[in-house]
Design a protein around this ligand. Sequence first.
Ligand code: FAD
Length: 258
Amino acid sequence: SSERQWKSFNRSSVYMADLEAALHYSLRMEVAAHTVIKGDEMISLKNYVNALAKYFQGRPMVVNLLKNLNSWLQNQTGDEISYEAFKEILDNTAQSPDSALPKSRGWVGCQGSQQNFRGYPCGVWTLFHVLTVQASNANGSDPQEVLTAMRGYVRRFFGCRYCANHFEHMAEESMSKVETLSSAVLWLWSSHNIVNNRIAGSVSEDPEFPKIQWPSPATCPSCHTVSRRGDHEWNRDEVLSFLKFHFSSDRILTDYLD
Ligand code: FAD
């Protein structure tokens, strides 16, 4: 099928097709695994959809859909909702014009060299990096808002359970130290590198996309420095500028969207 065909892409770009595919997969498959959503799952879903409605800058129809979904969800005052009710709003069964989350037509920048590599987990990281950067540009009032949304989503819904456990452990250890929107961007970058380091060389690593401490010196020379003792050090100010550039909404490519 067309979804399986290799799509050429630029490795130094972020693709809207991947962000939409991550939303599609998360809201239509992962959340769908829960017939009824209540308690902590309900809180986590509300935080997640709220962060999306507030900070996701995508195609107008997708932004509208996320806003509709969020107003519906935040208005649910009962203890629980059914996934079926959620799906009616998500699929816009009322057919409000200019509001839709299209089905994914496959991964682009998150394509793996084989079916079992990359894809959704890559999409999840990318989505949340983009959201931390957008929250910092939007001057959000709660520096931990996006990280809390990600933490709750991963803990309650992310299909890879050992990933979720590791992530929760990292969050428990250090997320409370995040006091600014910039440090939220850097916390997620640093946590992602900890994961890269832990799983480098493991069976889940796509040989065409080796796990590195990212960004590489070739991608961001000024991000890397050497201490007086000769150890590698990150220049965190440069890393922050690089992240804000790399994940900025103006640079997101819209190739391969309908
Ligand atoms: P990914 O690591 O998914 O990264 C996607 C893209 O982000 C990269 O191509 C690169 O452009 C960019 N990037 C890379 N590093 C950084 C960084 N530090 N900061 C910002 N951008 C970066 N897999 C396991 O096997 N074990 C685990 O415990 C595990 N835990 C996970 C926890 C979470 C919360 C998530 C979302 C995923 C986890 N995974 C885990 C999956 C794993 O991290 C990768 O997503 C997966 O192996 C696909 O790798 P990838 O090559 O597409 O790159």
